[in-house]
Design a protein around this ligand. Structure first.
Ligand SMILES: C[S@@+](CC[C@H](N)C(=O)[O-])C[C@H]1O[C@@H](n2cnc3c(N)ncnc32)[C@H](O)[C@@H]1O
Length: 375
C-alpha cells in the first residue's frame, strides 16, 4: 500500500486520539510492541496507517487486560491477519460487555434486595464473577489434570475423519488430537499461559462468540467445559455454526445420571446439586445440536483427575492438590469442603466408606453419568 506523509500521525496526535500518554507510546516503541515506522521532517516519530492498525490492536488487547508479553505474541503471530484480530477483539469485547452487564444486573438485584431487608446468598454474590473462575483456580489445574488415554480414544474416534479441529474451552490442551490440525479457544489467560510450548495455537475467546467464519473447521470439540459457559446452548450453536461435526464431553447431572449416583456428591457433598440448578439438562444440550448421546465409562485408575475420577480411590479426595484442580470444590465454598473432607476421612478410618461402597471395589470402570454428545 502506498501512503503519503499526510496520512501519518505524530506521536502527540496519536496519544491525544487514543487517550494515552506519549510516554506509553515511547515505551511500546522501545520494546518493539508498536513502532512508528517514519519520522516527520522535524524529526518527530510518525505513525503510518499500518502502524496505527497494529497500535489499535495492542491498545485494545491491553484494555481487555492482556499482559504486554502476551500481546506481543498475539500481534506478532504471522498466521493472524488484521481481519482475524478484529474478529477476535470483537468477540472478546462482546464477552466483556456481557460480563459487565451481568455484574451491573447482579448489583442492581442486590441493592433492591438490601432495600427490602433481604440478604443475598453467597452463591448469588459469586455467580456474576464466575467467568473469571479459571483465572483464580487455573494455576492448580495441571497438577492432576492430564489426558486419560482411554477417554481420549473415544473422543478422537468420534471426531471421525476430521482433519481440522477446533477445541473450545481447551484449557491446557489435554484432549487435543496429536494427528490433526488443531486450533484452540480458551478465555482464561492463566490457562492459556500453561499450555505446553508445542501445543496448538490458542485464541482468547469464548464459546458463545467464536471469532471464526461459518463452517471453517471439519469438527469442533469441547471437553469438560460446557458447564462453565455463561450460555451453554448459545455456545453449542456456535460450535455447530463453525464446524460440520461437533463432539462434546459433559455429564448428565440429573438425579439418575450423576449426583445421586456418585457416592461423593450423594453422601458427602450434596451442595453440587445447587451448582447445576437452572443449567440445561444433557438432553437439552444434545437437542441444541441434534446430537446422539454416548455413555463414557471412567476407568478405576483414570489418569485425568476430574471430579469423579477417583471413584475407587476415595483417599485421593483428602489431598488438597486433587481438590484444587477441580472447580466444584471451590464453587461449593470452604465450609462445605471442610465438612465433606472431615466426614470422608472419618468414614475411611472407621471402614464405613468401604461398607457402603462394597460393590465398587472390584469394578474396573464406572458409569457415573459422563456423556459424549456427537453431532
Ligand atoms: C475443566 S476446564 C477443561 C479444560 C480442558 N478442556 C481439559 O479438558 O483439560 C474448563 C475450561 O473451560 C474454560 N471456559 C470457561 N468459560 C468458557 C466459555 N464461556 N467458553 C469457552 N471456554 C470456557 C475455562 O477457562 C477452563 O479452561
Amino acid at each position: 500500500m502506498v501512503t503519503t506523509m499526510d496520512e501519518h500521525l505524530t506521536v502527540g496526535r496519536v496519544a491525544d486520539l487514543a487517550g494515552i500518554s506519549v510516554r506509553t507510546l515511547h515505551h511500546y516503541d522501545e520494546i518493539g510492541l508498536a513502532r512508528p515506522s517514519a519520522r516527520t521532517s522535524a524529526g518527530y516519530r510518525a505513525y503510518s496507517p499500518t502502524d496505527v492498525e497494529r497500535l489499535r490492536e495492542v491498545l485494545t488487547y491491553r484494555r481487555l487486560g492482556f499482559g504486554l508479553r502476551e500481546i506481543a505474541d498475539l500481534v506478532d503471530d504471522p498466521t493472524t491477519d488484521t481481519v482475524a484480530h478484529l474478529r477476535n477483539l470483537r468477540s472478546l469485547l462482546h464477552e466483556q460487555r456481557d460480563r459487565t452487564a451481568a455484574m451491573v444486573e447482579a448489583i442492581d438485584r442486590e441493592l433492591e434486595a438490601r432495600a427490602m431487608g433481604i440478604r443475598t446468598t453467597p452463591e448469588d454474590q459469586l455467580k456474576p464473577l464466575g467467568a473469571r473462575l479459571y483465572d483464580d483456580i487455573g494455576h492448580a489445574y495441571p497438577v492432576t489434570r492430564r489426558t486419560e488415554p482411554r477417554i481420549a480414544a473415544q473422543v478422537w474416534a468420534a471426531l471421525g475423519d476430521a482433519r481440522t479441529v477446533l477445541n473450545v474451552g481447551a484449557g491446557t490442551g489435554s484432549y487435543e488430537p496429536p494427528d490433526r490440525d488443531v486450533t484452540a479457544v480458551e478465555p482464561s489467560a492463566v490457562m492459556r499461559a500453561q499450555r505446553p510450548p508445542d501445543a496448538a495455537p490458542c485464541v482468547a475467546a469464548t464459546a458463545e462468540n467464536l471469532p471464526f467464519a461459518d463452517q471453517s473447521f471439519d469438527a469442533a470439540m469441547a471437553f469438560s467445559t460446557v458447564h462453565h459457559w455463561r450460555d451453554p446452548i448459545a455456545g453449542l450453536r456456535e460450535l455447530r455454526r463453525v464446524a460440520r461435526r461437533v463432539v462434546v464431553f459433559t455429564h448428565d447431572d440429573s438425579d439418575a445420571g450423576w449426583h445421586r449416583r456418585f457416592w461423593l456428591s450423594r453422601d458427602y457433598l450434596p451442595e453440587v446439586a445447587d451448582l447445576v440448578t437452572g443449567r440445561p439438562s444433557v438432553d437439552e444440550l444434545a437437542a441444541a445440536v441434534d446430537a446422539r448421546i454416548e455413555p463414557v465409562l471412567i476407568p478405576w485408575d483414570c489418569a485425568d483427575g476430574f471430579f469423579e475420577a477417583h471413584w475407587r480411590r476415595p483417599e485421593a479426595y483428602l489431598d488438597e492438590h486433587v481438590r484444587r484442580a477441580v472447580s466444584v470444590w471451590t464453587r461449593v465454598g470452604p465450609e462445605a469442603e471442610r465438612r465433606a473432607v472431615t466426614q470422608l476421612r472419618d468414614d475411611l478410618t472407621t471402614g464405613r466408606w468401604s461398607e457402603r461402597n462394597r460393590e465398587l471395589i472390584h469394578l474396573h470402570a464406572a458409569e457415573l453419568g459422563l456423556r459424549l454428545l456427537v453431532a
